[in-house]
Write a protein that binds this ligand. Structure first.
Ligand SMILES: Nc1nc2c(c(=O)[nH]1)N[C@H]1C(S)=C(S)[C@@H](COP(=O)(O)OP(=O)(O)OC[C@H]3O[C@@H](n4cnc5c(=O)[nH]c(N)nc54)[C@H](O)[C@@H]3O)O[C@H]1N2
Ligand SMILES: Nc1nc2c(c(=O)[nH]1)N[C@H]1C(S)=C(S)[C@@H](COP(=O)(O)OP(=O)(O)OC[C@H]3O[C@@H](n4cnc5c(=O)[nH]c(N)nc54)[C@H](O)[C@@H]3O)O[C@H]1N2
Ligand code: SF4
Ligand SMILES: [Mo]
Length: 716
């Protein structure tokens, strides 16, 4: 292992991987100003030198021809944007916003960001929208990702606070993994679970709940391959059977929770036998799982999109949290309900109010006191922050269609490819008066519908802070210069604010000053980070987990802290509020015409809409083409053979694919990766078929369930 001094002389700089929410530490080397090598940081507690292929191959993404290098503006709606100066692009964008606000009011503007912005960018985006333009129409792609978890944590804990940390992995005896393909999507955490299992073979049990067999389920002692969308039924039944097996922590329930009586009542009737009817699982597996939960604690529960992306996403989250609370698996070593974040800074976005429903410091738009606190901090008149709820991602599409949103400004996300029902999304964007897209690459499916293009610096080309899944805030430093005229997102936002006449509130010397301002808004909140500073983060490259209030500022930041160790939550009576989860079937009902459940998700070597990972020949090697996973029994019934071309048709749209016939997916369900958008394959995107039905409470769309039919290509 190289010594730190050597690292510096070699030109290695330390940073954090810009893909998943695991948040691996990396060392980056540059040659002629371009990233030439990336290695795992041996000193980083998250990954101890390891990286998955996406992280290790980060140098492959620096393809100048693929980058958006200069600002562009279109002169007539629909015309090809021409290259221009920053001054003209900003003036045109600000002019469009100004006109819309003057003529139609602030809610005719929408800003749509991403968990791939650093916290400082994210904070300014929100400050500009909510504080100065005067609209809460600022949402983020985390709406498609974490919104159900945010809602359930707030409902239960009184704050959006995931309790456990990665260090709990090495202390857990049971891993309950629900709707998460960790081997592909959180690879380094999966490695840690595997290592834990190897180290304590007889003790450690892994239970995976997923309609598909994946590399994650290969380490499972029990794989519960349920019917998609039926998790609440399973989880209610597990709690019913755990109670029968004597696995409840009665004293924890009594001392630290409210609402248990109602939850207990709601379990009646949810015997394993009843759950079998809904979930399609077998009773013995449910009973064995319940026995493990009752006897083999501590239990660490991980979940991601199989739980969140559902019209019952909040209920699934509530049921998962209930299971942890009822068995006392929270606030102690090796235990906790832990929703994993997907993007590198999804957690940072949650902290500083990146959703249409939130404000900085884990505050809520709906709370008048919270609005007043933020107005005071920003020095703006009372009432400046609107009390009207902001438009969320899916609702944005409807508002565009109705002509209610005139200007939409997209940053660090590719909604035309990543939102469900893509033809509808593209048409809706085309209807806006002005589409402003701030991206690092060009073309993307969304830059193709842009009227104004703003070139952004990416990852190593700018600094800032990000927070990973375990609340760990790390500092990224600029390692290489941005290409062309690309600028860091925060600078673009400040220039726009200036052009809109809000320059005084957006004049910063640099990122550190933005961090200081934002940090103040956390004072006294559950996620208080007033003890954190850039110098402290520079000193502690391993990062610092929140909360870290200024009063904590003595000695090195403790690592692996978990929340709620004292059983006190952020509610008025300090008790966790348990809620009754309701089981409801997915919105897009299967019938004779659309008999299959289409599940969309990820593969290990691609990231989302492929703007970056699609540039790496090595990453493309493992899966060159999109595919449709279908069970052999279903394939036989349809006369489809392995590698046959198939057409997948939903109530909204259709795409083609190549059948992958196997035994890994349960009959009645089919799986397609969502990575390949219209720019990457002639098959058409799986999002052409995906459903925009959303959870009524979290507004998170049901990307994991669309009713479809599958037909051989060539069939009528
Ligand atoms: N390689 C790679 N890694 C990534 C990403 C990436 O694009 N590529 N993206 C990152 C992001 S932003 C996110 S949000 C995470 C997502 O990480 P994951 O959620 O782990 O990934 P997905 O493939 O979307 O879905 C996970 C699993 O949910 C299952 N599932 C579908 N429906 C149901 C259901 O009703 N119940 C249950 N229990 N399971 C169901 C699917 O079969 C799938 O295996 O990954 C992050 N990491
Ligand atoms: N069918 C289906 N659809 C899904 C999902 C699913 O499971 N199924 N998952 C959903 C989830 S969980 C997520 S998180 C979303 C992700 O969906 P998106 O956010 O749309 O996907 P990305 O490809 O990550 O888009 C990020 C964009 O930001 C650009 N970019 C990269 N770095 C920077 C930067 O520093 N600054 C700026 N300004 N731009 C930058 C990239 O070039 C890229 O165009 O997809 C959602 N869509
Ligand atoms: S596990 Fe996630 S953070 Fe770590 S290298 Fe892979 S993509 Fe990057
Ligand atoms: Mo995500």
């Amino acid at each position: 292992m190289a010594r730190p001094s050597l690292l510096r002389r070699d030109g290695w700089k330390r940073s954090i991987c810009c893909y998943c929410g695991v948040g691996c530490g990396v060392k980056v080397q540059t040659r002629n100003g371009v990233v030439s090598a990336v290695r795992g940081d041996e000193d980083h507690p998250v990954n101890r030198g390891k990286l998955c292929a996406k992280g290790a191959l980060l140098p492959d993404i620096f393809v100048e021809e693929a980058r958006l290098l200069y600002p562009h503006v279109g002169d007539v709606k629909g015309s090809e944007p021409r290259r221009t100066s920053w001054d003209e692009a900003i003036e045109r964008a600000a002019g469009a916003i100004r006109r819309a606000v003057d003529e139609f009011g602030p809610d005719s503007v929408m800003m749509y960001g991403s968990g791939q912005l650093v916290t400082e960018d994210y904070y300014l985006f929100g400050k500009l929208a909510k504080g100065y333009i005067g609209t809460n129409n600022q949402d983020t792609n985390s709406r498609l990702c974490m919104a159900s978890a945010v809602t359930a944590y707030n409902m239960t804990f009184g704050s959006d606070a995931p309790p456990a940390g990665y260090a709990d992995i090495e202390q857990a005896n049971t891993f309950l993994i629900v709707g998460a393909n960790m081997e592909a999507c959180h690879p380094i955490l999966f490695e840690r679970i595997k290592a834990r299992k190897r180290a304590a073979k007889d003790r450690v049990k892994v239970i995976v709940v997923d309609p598909r067999a994946t590399r994650t389920t290969e380490i499972a002692d029990i794989h519960l391959a349920l019917r998609p969308g039926t998790d609440v039924a399973l989880l209610q039944s597990l709690l019913f059977e755990v109670r029968l097996a004597g696995g409840l922590d009665e004293s924890y329930l009594q001392d630290h929770t409210t609402g248990w009586e109602q939850v207990a009542e709601s379990l009646d009737g949810w015997s394993a036998e009843r759950a079998v009817e809904v979930t399609g699982l077998n009773a013995v597996d449910i009973l064995n799982t319940a026995r493990i939960i009752a006897d083999n604690g501590p239990i660490l529960t991980f979940w991601t999109m199989g739980a969140n992306q559902s019209t019952s996403g909040v209920d699934k989250n509530l049921a998962l949290i209930n299971l942890s609370l009822a068995t006392g698996n929270i606030g102690k070593p090796g235990a906790g309900p832990m929703s994993l974040t997907g993007q590198p800074n999804a957690m940072g976005g949650r902290e500083q109010g990146g959703l249409a429903t939130t404000l900085p410091g884990h505050r809520l738009v709906a709370n008048p006191a919270h609005r007043a606190e933020v107005e005071q901090a920003w020095g703006i008149p009372p009432g400046s922050i609107s009390d009207r709820p902001g438009v969320t991602a899916i609702e944005m599409v409807e508002r565009l269609e109705r002509g209610q949103i005139k200007v939409v400004w997209v940053a660090a996300t590719n909604p035309v490819a990543s939102l469900p029902n893509s033809d509808r999304v593209r048409a809706a964007f085309a209807q806006a008066e002005t589409v402003i897209v701030q991206d690092a690459y060009q073309p993307t499916e969304t830059t193709q519908v842009a009227d104004i293009l703003l070139p952004a610096a990416q990852w190593s080309e700018r600094g800032g802070t990000m927070t990973n899944s375990e609340r760990r805030i790390c500092l990224l430093e600029q390692v290489s210069p941005p290409p062309g005229e690309a600028l860091p997102d925060w600078q673009i936002i400040c220039r726009m604010a200036e052009a809109l006449g809000f320059g005084d509130a957006f004049r910063y010397d640099g990122l550190e000053e933005i961090f200081h301002e934002y940090r103040e808004l956390s004072r006294g909140r559950d996620m208080d980070i007033t003890g954190i500073s850039y110098p402290l983060l520079a000193q502690h490259r391993a990062g610092i987990q929140w909360p870290y209030p200024s009063t904590a500022r003595s000695g090195p930041p403790p690592d692996g802290r978990r929340l709620f160790e004292d059983g006190r939550f952020h509610t008025a009576d300090s008790r966790a509020r348990m809620h009754v989860p309701r089981w409801t079937p997915p919105a897009d009902a299967v019938n004779d015409e659309y008999p299959f459940a289409l599940i969309t998700g990820r593969i290990k070597d691609q990231w989302h809409t492929m703007t970056r990972t699609g540039r790496s020949a090595k990453l493309l090697k493992s899966e060159k083409q999109p595919f449709l996973e279908i069970s052999s029994s279903d394939a036989i019934g349809l006369g489809i053979g392995d590698r046959d071309r198939v057409r997948i048709v939903s109530r909204r749209g259709a795409f083609e694919s190549t059948a992958r016939v196997n035994e890994t997916i349960r009959a009645g369900s089919v799986f397609a990766p969502f990575h390949w958008g219209s720019l990457w394959s002639d098959d058409g995107p799986s999002n052409a078929s995906a459903s925009e039905a959303f959870d009524p409470r979290s507004k998170q769309p049901e990307l994991k369930f669309a009713a479809v039919r599958v037909e051989p290509v060539g069939a009528d």
